[in-house]
Design a protein around this ligand. Structure first.
Ligand code: ZN
Length: 259
């Protein structure tokens, strides 16, 4: 989609803008990077810090490969609890507006750090889930993956339907590297972004935090929507210092107004 700044109607010269802003503003490819702030307004706990305490454990103690090796049952019970909490959450206005924007833009990619599946539930299609999905399960033995939306989950830990071996949540744990194919795709997308919209992410979790920098280095227009100052704020071309739902509505309205 091409949005034209200072549009002038050739049939009505009086609408010609005083300032020669006749240059087209092309916001595509539009790449959106979302983090926990987007889900917070749906009531999804961050699972970090105080909000992440389950029984007596912090998320950082359980969402790790070593915790799973030690006690897969315990880690699975933790994930079963998280899935129940998330299942009760619905997409908010930001999720819905992003899905709507995708319909209006031909080159749109949503990169998310969230594992809650709310973007897909809102109708977004072209999504790169760089930290995986809490609704997907992966076999430790054969690597097979499958979706499972059952709440509550059945017998824990779940078994692979093919090889009957133990399976794990298909999410990226603390101390794990991101899946190469997925993160490569995210970086390729970030590199060719014309506009990079960074929403509700702290900008401190790598490699996700590198994506806006890559876009910016390639000349993209970098927009941040966040309630708080982040390491991205300083390099952003424009910052919407507000909640996700409000900031996104404002940004989108600004795009319409330049048309
Ligand atoms: Zn298997």
């Amino acid at each position: 989609m091409i949005l034209t700044a200072g549009y002038s109607n050739p049939n009505n010269p009086s609408t010609t803008p005083r300032h020669p802003q006749t240059e087209s503003i092309d916001i595509e490819p539009l790449v959106v990077l979302t983090g926990a702030g987007v889900s917070a307004e749906s009531g999804v706990p961050t699972f970090r810090g105080a909000g992440g305490v389950w029984r007596t454990y912090r998320a950082e103690e359980l969402a790790t490969p070593s915790a799973f090796l030690r006690d897969p049952q315990l880690v699975w019970e933790f994930y079963a609890w998280r899935r129940e909490l998330i299942a009760a959450c619905k997409p908010n206005k930001a999720h819905l507006l992003l899905a709507e924007i995708e319909k209006q833009i031909s080159d749109f990619t949503l990169i998310t750090q969230n594992v809650d599946g709310l973007h897909a539930a809102a109708g977004s299609r072209n999504i790169i889930e760089i930290h995986g999905s809490i609704w997907r399960i992966r076999c430790l033995s054969c690597g097979g993956r499958w979706d499972d939306r059952n709440v509550p989950l059945g017998e824990l830990p779940p078994q692979c339907p093919v090889c009957r071996e133990m399976a794990r949540p298909d999410v990226v744990w603390f101390g794990e590297t991101l899946e190469a194919e997925v993160i490569d795709r995210a970086f390729e997308t970030a590199q060719r972004a014309h506009t990079m919209l960074v929403i509700g992410t702290s900008g401190i979790v790598y490699p996700a935090a590198e994506l806006p920098r890559v876009s910016k280095a390639r000349g993209a227009n970098l927009i941040e929507i966040n309630t708080e100052e982040t390491p991205i704020s300083g390099i952003a071309d424009k910052v919407y210092r507000s909640k996700t739902t409000i900031g996104l509505q404002d940004w989108w309205a600004d795009q319409q107004n330049t048309n």
